[in-house]
Design a binder for this molecule. Structure first.
Ligand code: FES
Length: 166
């Protein structure tokens, strides 16, 4: 019997070498999925698409921003963004795209929590626990007090923000 025989591979029409190659690839794929558990391969090797944000919103459309500490989800852009009022005339804009693997994080109490691998961030976007990753991305916010508007500009990207080692 030759080494390339397909007699004992169980793969009609393919050689032993082809069968073994596909088996090894299948096993590696299964190991990768099993190691993550949810099929998400997050971490430092991910670099997803970037989105440029450039939008101006009326403060009156976001009543939550009337008080210091208020947080509002900005719905004027498709990219998930929040604005936090940090002082009387200062605001912080954060991307809600988790820097670990791109899941949209949720506002829970006064912190942000990623529902995917449980990374947590404080109200200014600093990573505080759970899955190790970097801070939420911030964008530039310019207040026009006369017009009572905020102009939010910057770039958001998906992934590439952290370790998978926990
Ligand atoms: S996507 Fe993994 S912690 Fe958010």
């Amino acid at each position: 019997m030759s080494s390339d025989s397909n007699e004992q591979t169980g793969c009609a029409g393919c050689s032993r070498r082809e069968f073994l190659s596909s088996s090894v690839l299948g096993a590696v794929g299964a190991m990768l999925v099993a190691s993550c558990g949810d099929g998400v391969f997050g971490g430092s090797s991910l670099t997803g698409p970037t989105t440029t944000v450039n939008t101006t919103v009326l403060l009156s459309d976001y009543p939550a921003l009337a008080t210091v500490g208020g947080v509002a989800r900005i719905n004027a852009v498709a990219t998930p963004i929040v604005v936090v009022r940090t002082a009387a005339s200062t605001y912080l804009a954060l991307s809600l795209i988790c820097p670990h693997a791109g899941t949209t994080v949720n506002l829970t109490g006064n912190q942000f929590v990623c529902p995917n691998h449980r990374a947590t961030f404080n109200s200014t976007g600093t990573w505080t626990g759970g899955q190790r990753t970097s801070n939420l991305q911030s964008l530039t916010v310019a207040l026009n007090a006369t017009a009572s508007t905020l102009t939010i500009t910057g770039t958001t990207s998906v992934g590439g923000g952290g370790d998978d080692d926990g």
